[in-house]
Structure formats: structure tokens, C-alpha cells
Design a protein around this ligand. Structure first.
Ligand SMILES: NC(=O)c1ccc[n+]([C@@H]2O[C@H](COP(=O)([O-])OP(=O)(O)OC[C@H]3O[C@@H](n4cnc5c(N)ncnc54)[C@H](O)[C@@H]3O)[C@@H](O)[C@H]2O)c1
Length: 335
């Protein structure tokens, strides 16, 4: 509840929770806005449209309880809200390496600005952190207690270290200013509204397969990843925000099912019915070999675990991309 208190809000017959989502026009943010609106909240979506688009949230614009604000979180923001979900940050290497200094600023200055806002208005605040804080992990699967293996001067550091510093800021605001914080470490998530050209593996493979192009695998394809469908992840966000105040996280949210990149490529080819071949290219620097969340903490404290199997999630994502690209829906998906 904000510093203006429940009383003032009852007087105004305004009982909806006012929720700010930064990065709300992006892939995860747009699904989160949709879910928060469905639950009867008053949603303020803030985005600078670096990677997000109005198309992602166009279907929400008709609601009187949805508001869109163009704003860059590296600048202070003065609004009255009860909860903040801080998602603003480019998330794929192509985008976050485009302007690495701005990426670090978005994570660090963005966190400072949003934490300052939360402090001013007494709002609860959620941080979208990442499995990248574990770097190229020497422990597998990764529990929250693992401190990571990050190269602080490599090309991914602007993202990894920016997110690590944001976590530090969240916990210092919590200790120093008693802020009510929630930190989620998000593992690879996929689904409709992913950016078609951001080089992330699921969208890349689907777009290449739908276009009948060869599928590009970096390395020999034996590196593993876990893939969480977006609806499962958003459920985790909501549960974490609603959890008792001593549940600050950091808490891993992701799907522990582990697949090699080659298995993913083969599943996409099968589900799209494509004739794509596989082409192999060198692994980018600091690309982790394994990534898999240990979600014991999320299971025990939030009663949360993913429910959507990879094949079901891929079908929905393939349907989205075939529509986006104006290509026919593969029979294998519509069946
Ligand atoms: N998708 C995943 O698998 C994944 C995994 C780990 C962490 N995350 C985190 O979740 C969050 C959302 O990721 P996503 O996959 O939806 O990416 P996305 O790129 O689709 O969304 C990020 C959004 O933030 C906006 N943005 C970027 N810089 C901004 C700034 N300075 N001010 C205001 N808005 C800004 C972008 O325009 C975009 O709408 C990010 O913080 C990302 O680090 C995502």
C-alpha cells in the first residue's frame, strides 16, 4: 500500500492495486501486463521501446485500467503506485551488446531509480534478474546459493554484471531502507511476442524453420539449455510478489527440463514440418555450456513449478511466428 494509505483510496472508491511494469512493452512485460489486468489491477506500462513494441500491448490499449508511458528508466520517474515490476532491460546478446554502456546504465541506474520510487511511495518492488548472474556455471544445476562464474570484462559482462549490481542494490535497499523486495532469477523463457530477430535460440530456430532456411547451431549443439514457457514464468512472478514479506528471493524461476540445442532444433524441425538442414558455427565467447535451474526453493516456498511441456509451448510459439511472418500455419501445429 502506498504512503497515501488505504483510507484515501477507499474514499476515492479506487480499490484497484496500481501496478507499474517497466519494460512492459517487451516479451515478458506484455504477458505480465495482460495477466495483471485480467486480475483487476490498474496497470501502468513504462517502456522506451528499445526492444519492445506497441504491437505487443496494442490489444490492452482499449482498457481504461491500462496506461502506457514512454519513458527511459535511466531517468527518475515520479508516479504513485503500490507495486513495481522492474523488467526494463534488453535481454538478448544482440540487443544488450548493441550499446553495452547503456545496458549497464539501464540495469544499474534503472534499479536505483525504481528503488528510489519504491522507497518514496512505499511500494513493493520486484526485480527481473537472470540466470546470467551464474555466468558459465561450474555447478550444475544452479541453486540460488551458487555465486557464479562471470567474466567481468567480457562482452556479456554489461548484462551479467549490470544484473548482479542491480541485485546488490535491491538487497542494500532492503537492509538499509527496509524496502519490500522480490528478486527472481529468470532462466531461458520463450513464447509468443519474442522478438523475431534477436538471435535467441527458440525464436531463431522457429523463424529459420518456417522460412525453410538452414538452422544455425553455434558449437556442436551438445550444450544444454532449459526452456520455460512464458505463462509458467508469469505465474511464478505473481506468486513471488504475493508471497509473505520475508520471501525476498533471490529465487530461480525456470523449467528444469534440460535439452541439448540439437534436440531443440530437431523438435522445431519436426513440429514445423520444415526441410531445414543444420549448419554449425563457432560458439560465441563466454557462451555457457550448461544451464539448468534448481527450482527447489520456488517449489517449496511458492508451490510453483512449470506445467507446460516444451512441445506444447513450441506449438503455440510456432503459431505466433507463422502469423507474424505471414506464413501458413504448419499442419503439424494446427493438427
Ligand atoms: N526472456 C528471458 O528468457 C529472460 C531471461 C532472464 C531474464 N530476463 C529479464 O526479463 C526482462 C524482460 O526480458 P524480455 O525477454 O521480455 O526482453 P525484451 O527485450 O522483450 O523486454 C525488455 C523491455 O525493456 C524495454 N527497455 C529496455 N531498456 C529500457 C530503458 N532504459 N527504459 C525503459 N524501457 C527499456 C524494452 O524496450 C523492452 O520492451 C529483462 O530484464 C531481462 O533481463 C529475461
Amino acid at each position: 500500500m502506498s504512503r497515501y494509505g488505504q483510507a484515501g483510496r477507499i474514499e476515492m472508491k479506487q480499490l484497484r492495486k496500481r501496478v507499474l511494469v517497466t519494460g512492459g512493452a517487451g516479451f515478458l512485460g506484455s504477458h505480465l501486463c495482460e495477466r495483471l489486468l485480467k486480475e483487476g489491477n490498474d496497470v501502468l506500462c513504462v517502456d522506451n521501446f528499445f526492444t519492445g513494441t506497441k504491437d505487443n500491448i496494442a490489444h490492452l490499449m482499449g482498457s481504461p485500467y491500462f496506461e502506457l508511458m514512454r519513458h527511459d528508466v535511466t531517468f527518475p520517474l515520479y508516479v504513485e503506485v503500490d507495486e513495481i515490476y522492474n523488467l526494463a532491460c534488453p535481454a538478448s546478446p544482440i540487443h544488450y551488446q548493441h550499446d553495452p554502456v547503456q545496458t549497464t546504465k539501464t540495469s544499474v541506474h534503472g534499479a536505483i531509480n525504481m528503488l528510489g520510487l519504491a522507497k518514496r511511495v512505499g511500494a513493493k518492488i520486484f526485480q527481473a534478474s537472470t540466470s546470467e548472474v551464474y555466468g558459465d556455471p561450474a555447478v550444475h544445476p544452479q541453486p540460488e546459493s551458487y555465486r557464479g562464474n562471470v567474466n567481468p570484462i567480457g562482452p556479456r559482462a554489461c548484462y551479467d554484471e549490470g544484473k548482479r549490481c542491480a541485485e546488490t542494490l535491491f538487497f542494500d535497499y532492503h537492509r538499509q531502507h527496509k524496502l519490500n523486495i522480490r528478486v527472481a532469477r529468470i532462466f531461458n523463457t520463450y513464447g509468443p511476442r519474442m522478438h523475431p530477430n534477436d538471435g535467441r535460440v527458440v525464436s531463431n530456430f522457429i523463424v529459420q524453420a518456417l522460412r525453410g532456411e538452414p538452422i544455425t547451431i553455434y558449437g556442436d549443439g551438445s550444450q544444454t539449455r532449459s526452456f520455460c514457457y512464458v505463462d509458467d514464468l508469469v505465474e511464478g512472478f505473481i506468486r513471488l510478489m504475493a508471497a509473505p514479506d520475508d520471501v525476498t528471493g533471490p529465487i530461480n524461476l525456470g523449467n528444469p527440463g534440460e535439452f541439448t540445442i540439437r534436440q531443440l532444433a530437431e523438435a522445431v524441425i519436426r513440429l514445423t514440418g520444415a526441410r531445414s538442414t543444420l549448419v554449425f558455427e563457432p560458439l560465441p565467447q563466454d557462451d555457457p555450456m550448461q544451464r539448468k535451474p534448481d527450482i527447489t526453493l520456488a517449489r517449496t516456498t511458492l508451490g510453483w513449478e512449470p506445467t507446460i511441456a516444451l512441445e506444447a509451448g513450441l506449438r503455440r510459439t510456432i503459431a505466433y511466428f507463422s502469423d507474424l511472418l505471414g506464413l501458413p500455419l504448419p499442419e503439424t501445429v494446427s493438427a
